[in-house]
Design a protein around this ligand. Structure first.
Ligand code: NAP
Ligand code: 8YV
Length: 321
């Protein structure tokens, strides 16, 4: 006897960069097409765009309004990551397309990485490691004294999901904390600072964890860096665009701030050459969420957002709420 008819698989288009195990899982469950594997992406979209019901992507790649427009029957986008700066959310909203993403499951790891950068930049751990490897310790060269982290004044630029997790970490280091955001956050014990320049002036260490995109572009500019001053450190785990990178490079080279810990850059994967030469800067290749546990949880949420949409008509974690 013939098996009972099953629902046709949904055509899902990948336009981002996703972990291979997630691609395999999507492939097993859906009619998955990888746009990057097509010889001519524009020609594929013109010929087959109308067959696409769902898009998967990653925060680093997102999806443009033009690509959304090339998919007239698109119903849902599921993105790997929490940043929406490269995803045209408003175009999706206007078309009634659901948008899923992966908030909260990465809070711990991004906060851990932020704290790693705080400690590394202030205590000079990576630079001290290079000192040992160069043989300087063995030759009797003294390593310079560093900045104490416990008790230092921590200024948070952004107090959202990840910012709050960083704030909780700071209590273990007895750090007085203030934050800047457009609005005060209710029910938190930390003072809101309406002026970012004033926050930088007060802080010993500034950690940037706002959303990216045009609303925060170059929020941290030369004036903020000068307010932080020659004893101050800055850490960025948000987006490179939030800091005026040219101003940051000048401030570091001219020692108008003491040091920096950076996971994100304005033109990734390009890092300004001046920074590569500075021992006062810790450089990471955008890995704040990159642990096996968290990337698995993010991959599961990408899959489950789609699954829930196809079964119940709404994603688990909506970026449109
Ligand atoms: P969230 O909960 O939406 O928090 C965003 C924070 O940014 C809020 O406190 C918000 O407060 C603040 N903000 C937004 N626009 C602002 C402005 N113009 N001026 C001042 N503050 C502003 O987001 P989240 O989950 O914490 O994630 C934050 C960002 O981290 C993501 O958007 C992503 O870009 C980045 N991220 C990076 C990595 C990495 O691997 N390095 C990993 C995950 C996330 P108000 O709205 O009150 O201003
Ligand atoms: C990932 C991120 O590196 O969630 C974000 O916004 O920047 C990181 O978690 C990114 O999602 C990979 O595309």
């Amino acid at each position: 006897m013939a098996p009972p008819p099953t629902a046709l698989p949904h055509r899902v288009l990948n336009v981002g960069r996703l972990p291979p195990p997630l691609m395999q899982r999507l492939q097993a469950a859906h009619d998955l097409v990888d746009l990057a594997a097509q010889p001519d992406a524009a020609a594929w979209l013109a010929a087959h765009g109308s067959t696409v019901e769902a898009v998967v992507t990653s925060a680093a790649v997102g999806i443009t309004g033009d690509t959304i427009d090339a998919l007239p029957n698109l119903r849902v986008i599921s993105s790997f990551g929490v940043g929406l700066d490269r995803l045209d959310v408003e175009r999706a909203r206007a078309r009634g397309i659901a948008v899923g993403y992966t908030p909260d499951v990465l809070n711990d790891c991004v906060a851990d990485a932020a704290f790693g950068l705080v400690i590394d930049a202030a205590r000079g751990l990576s630079a001290a490691d290079r000192h040992v490897r160069r043989g300087d310790w063995a030759r009797g060269v003294a390593y310079p004294l560093a900045r104490k982290v416990s008790g230092a004044k921590l200024g948070l630029v952004g107090l959202g999901r990840i910012g709050r997790t960083i704030a909780h970490r700071s209590t273990g280091f007895d750090m007085p904390l203030r934050y800047h955001a457009r609005r005060p956050v209710p029910d938190v014990p930390w003072p809101h600072e309406p002026s970012l320049v004033d926050l930088a002036h007060w802080a010993d260490i500034l950690v940037v964890i706002t959303a990216g995109g045009p609303g925060t572009r170059h929020l941290v500019d030369a004036a903020v860096l000068d307010a932080l001053g020659p004893e101050g450190f800055i850490v960025n785990v948000a987006r490179g665009s939030v800091i005026d990178e040219a101003a940051l490079v000048r401030a570091l080279v001219e020692r108008r701030i003491a040091g920096a810990g950076l996971d994100v850059f304005e033109h990734e994967p390009n890092v300004p050459a001046e920074l590569l030469a500075l021992d006062t800067v810790v450089l990471l290749p955008h890995i704040a969420s990159a642990t096996r546990e968290t990337r698995q949880a993010m991959a599961d949420r990408v899959f489950d957002n789609l699954d829930r949409f196809f079964t119940e008509g709404r994603v688990i974690s909506s970026a449109l709420d």
